[in-house]
Design a protein around this ligand. Structure first.
Ligand SMILES: Cc1ncc(COP(=O)(O)O)c(C=O)c1O
Length: 387
């Protein structure tokens, strides 16, 4: 059926089965959101901030700055602070409603119907869904194994690309596994990109949780798209602010595709400026708590038969916990934990191929909550284990 009252879906989007007892995923999320006691380990968000960012936004609200439109391309102070944070040269910044909008605009502005794009599985599938709308094909490369270090490698890229490949997507560190790229790997990706005229889309949403981080822009200038988010280390997921950083020529083309022509949320911009200016004051503390938390989780997991962490330490604020050796379905596990006040994510959110093997948990939350998780998780495993 395809009349105007029953239009056909124009785009392919990864469909999600709503969790047990819910008609839609939105109803589920709304319930989770409204439960103030829920331990929030399902969205890689950060719940460890003090008041600096909140105060800057509160004063923007109190002065009713929000009654005006912001400058359409964002405050120049904010754009400069992002460039300083990334430490990249000869680049421009386009501010968007979250990194998500940047990802969409990159795909819309740069991909053609004959192109293909290379992305890892596991990975962050919204990126693939966006690419699918404008390119011919998204090539998902299986990377859930030790041999490749649980990440896309230059070798795997070479094996999976052809003359129609236009873009390679590097999520660094990777959602959901927390694997990150070394400088040598990024250099090699850059060489491939330069030799073959590819865009390197470097999604650095989780960069500030990593032990070390390198910039693809340094090695493939003029063809790298750096995707930058305020949702994770800045703890501003609900504010919906992010950006894409690239050469002026590329940003000009992406700007041409902009929908949100009247600018990005002004309260979020004030918060982002305050966050970047004060980063030295809070960043180490958040990183330290996150590392302590993942260590506690690791010690707990090491005691359980049939369960392991594919990547440890994780360079992000989340990790995958493989439960396949205990014969456990991750969806049942997340339902079980949910009923005990812990929100985590089954693997199918980030993998078509391996989603039945792992649960994804994020740990940039107070350590007392991690301790509750560490008590509940072994009990959940024993309750669900296939003997
Ligand atoms: C790799 C990756 N990129 C982008 C995003 C979305 O970021 P934002 O909240 O800034 O839209 C996420 C969210 O989890 C992510 O995991």
């Amino acid at each position: 059926m395809n009349d105007i009252k029953n239009p056909k879906k124009k785009f392919k989007k990864t469909e999600r089965v709503p969790p047990e007892g819910y008609d839609s995923s939105n109803d589920f999320f709304e319930d989770v959101f409204m439960d103030k006691d829920m331990i929030w380990m399902g969205q890689n968000t950060n719940h460890l901030h003090g008041d600096i960012i909140a105060d800057a936004m509160a004063s923007c609200v109190m002065e009713k700055e929000y009654s005006k439109y912001p400058p359409p391309e964002g405050f120049s102070e904010l754009r400069q602070l992002i460039l300083d944070d990334l430490n990249v040269k000869n680049c421009e910044v386009l501010l968007t409603a979250g990194a998500t909008e940047s990802l969409y605009l990159c795909m819309q502005a740069l991909l053609e119907p004959d192109d293909n794009v290379v992305l890892s599985d596991p990975g962050y599938f919204i990126i693939g869904d966006f690419a699918n709308r404008f390119a011919n094909e998204v090539r998902y490369v299986p990377i859930y194994n030790e041999e490749c270090g649980y990440k896309l490698t230059p070798k795997l890229l070479r094996e999976n690309m052809d003359e129609n490949t236009k873009m390679v997507i590097l999520i660094d560190p990777l959602n959901p596994l927390g694997s990150a790229y070394t400088e040598d790997e990024l250099k090699e990706f850059a060489e491939i990109a330069i030799e073959n005229d590819l865009y390197l889309l470097h999604d650095v949403t989780y960069k500030d949780f990593a032990r070390q981080h390198f910039s693809a822009e340094d090695y493939a200038p003029g063809q790298t798209l750096t995707i930058y988010s305020f949702s994770k280390i800045f703890g501003m997921a609900g504010l919906r602010i992010g950006s894409v950083v690239s050469s002026k020529a590329i940003i000009d083309v992406i700007k041409n595709a902009v929908v949100n022509d009247l600018g990005v949320n002004i309260i979020a911009q004030y918060g982002a400026i305050a966050g970047l200016k004060s980063k030295d004051e809070w960043e180490d503390k958040i990183r330290d708590i996150s590392f302590t938390n993942q260590k506690l989780i690791k010690e707990m997991i090491d005691e359980i038969d049939g369960v392991f962490l594919p990547v440890y330490p994780s360079d992000a604020n989340m990790m995958a916990v493989d439960v396949s050796g205990a014969g456990i379905n991750p969806k049942e596990l997340s339902n079980y934990l949910f009923k005990r006040g812990i929100f985590a994510r089954e693997g199918e959110y980030t993998s078509e191929l391996f989603g039945d093997k792992y649960l994804r948990i994020s740990f940039s939350i107070p350590t007392e909550e991690i301790e509750i998780f560490c008590e509940e998780f072994p009990k959940a495993i024993e309750a669900l284990r296939q003997k």
